[in-house]
Design a protein around this ligand. Structure first.
Ligand code: HEC
Ligand code: HEC
Length: 367
């Protein structure tokens, strides 16, 4: 229903939804729906009403993030999975994408900031790789447009995987006898398929399959018992207090950028999007994170400074909305957020067997 709108209009419409929920009416894109007076739902009580509203507001999670431009042919996905798990993409040959975005740990490593090459740590928390392909852009500040562009960064980042150059990465891959035929199969028709760009495209293809349907999706599709009464209360609060004005779309976030500390300043030295654009109005602006699996991806916030989900909810209410949520309300919202915990088909994320070194494959450099 909201998909035909421009992004800006959509966010405004959704903000309106958050505010008007109390009046039990919603206005999306100018179309007013008085659900409480709709006999279909009024007769059935509160739960179906929140379910129908939720589906209209959040939309349906797609099974994967493939697009016409960014398809997911099987050979490419399989190669991407290997590359995602392969520590030989790092200088020390001890760090893979999966070290910081562990697919057995909801796409994170549970650390405030992650140890990279020789244990060095950056200033930001590793966000989950799950569902990231559906975000409006990548990174806390949105500085890369998609997962394919993003995947080129960490391999060469000196405090992450620390490879010296694209050529060095390609040389390692070319020295492993199993990889050249896999690149040929993944990029048929290309004369020189083993290159840095295609490494990133393959990893991106794999990441486009990391989508996690959860009990909340079952609930929106009509399986009402997938949410506890407490979680339904939490959903209603999430809509009525206005969390949804920022955390919207099928990922319950990931659609837009907003200032951290909108109502009450939040202490952080990270200037967020201002670092990317140089614009003062972008100071402390971050991508609104998806809340899919958020109960499992602590510690929270861009700097990993928040230790519990309860604290994250409290701070969000106070600093983004100017409301003090009490313990009962926070527990209700927490129960709703728990219902966003889902998983990828275990076979899709199972650690693959990696091709063996060849005679010319370099060894680890941890100097
Ligand atoms: C040493 C830890 C580390 C390694 C290794 C690493 N990442 Fe990350 N990743 C991070 C951190 C930290 C961020 C956030 C940085 C920022 O926003 O400035 C991030 C961000 C991302 C994002 C953006 C998600 C979002 O919500 O915006 C994706 C996707 C991602 N990484 C995938 C990968 C892939 C693919 C690899 C392997 C090629 C990889 N990462 C290797 C730590 C790591
Ligand atoms: C004005 C926009 C806005 C509103 C309203 C808002 N949020 Fe957020 N939320 C954000 C931004 C931006 C972040 C990223 C914060 C950061 O940079 O660390 C965030 C982060 C979070 C996180 C941490 C995610 C993570 O992976 O670390 C949770 C949980 C969260 N919000 C829940 C809520 C809840 C619950 C509400 C309603 C009480 C809410 N938010 C209201 C913008 C908003």
């Amino acid at each position: 229903m909201v998909t035909g709108l421009t992004e800006e209009k959509r966010v405004r419409a959704l903000a309106a939804v958050g505010c008007r929920w109390i009046g039990k009416s919603i206005a999306v894109g100018g179309v007013g729906l008085l659900l409480a007076s709709n006999p279909l739902w009024a007769a059935a009580g509160d739960a179906p009403e929140s379910r129908v509203q939720a589906r209209q507001i959040f939309g349906v999670l797609p099974p994967n993030a493939a697009t016409a431009e960014r398809p997911m042919p099987e050979a490419r996905v399989n190669l991407g999975r290997m590359l995602y798990f392969d520590p030989r993409l790092s200088l020390g040959q001890d760090i893979s994408c999966n070290s910081c975005h562990r697919l057995d740990l909801y796409g994170v490593d549970g650390e405030p900031t992650s140890p990279g090459h020789r244990g060095q740590r950056g200033g930001r928390n590793s966000p989950t790789s799950l569902n990231a392909a559906l975000h409006v852009a990548q990174f806390w500040d949105g500085r890369e447009p998609d997962v394919e562009a993003q995947a080129k960064g960490p391999v060469l980042n000196p405090i992450e995987m620390a490879m010296p150059s694209e050529e060095a990465v390609v040389a390692v891959l070319a020295s492993i006898p199993g990889y050249p035929p896999l690149f040929t199969a993944a990029f048929p028709g290309e004369s020189d398929p083993l290159n840095y760009e295609n490494m990133a495209r393959a990893i991106g293809s794999f990441e486009r399959g990391l989508i996690t349907p959860s009990p909340f999706d079952g609930f929106m599709a009509g399986e009402e018992d997938r949410l506890s009464p407490q979680a339904v209360e939490g959903l209603e609060l999430f809509l009525s207090v206005g969390c949804v004005s920022c955390h919207n779309g099928p990922l319950v976030g990931g659609t837009t950028y907003r200032k951290l500390g909108l109502i009450k300043a939040y202490p952080t030295e990270d200037k967020g999007k201002e670092n990317v654009t140089g614009l003062p109005e972008d100071r402390f602006v971050f991508k609104v994170p998806s809340l899919r699996n958020v109960a499992q991806t602590g510690p929270w916030f861009h700097d990993g400074s928040i230790q519990s989900l309860d604290q994250a909810i409290l701070v969000m209410g106070r600093h983004q909305l100017g409301v003090e949520l009490d313990a009962t309300q926070r527990a209700q919202i927490g129960a709703f957020l728990e219902s966003l915990t889902g998983r990828v088909d275990p076979a899709f994320v199972a650690e693959p067997e990696l091709p063996e070194n060849g005679p010319n494959t370099p060894g680890p450099d941890r100097s």
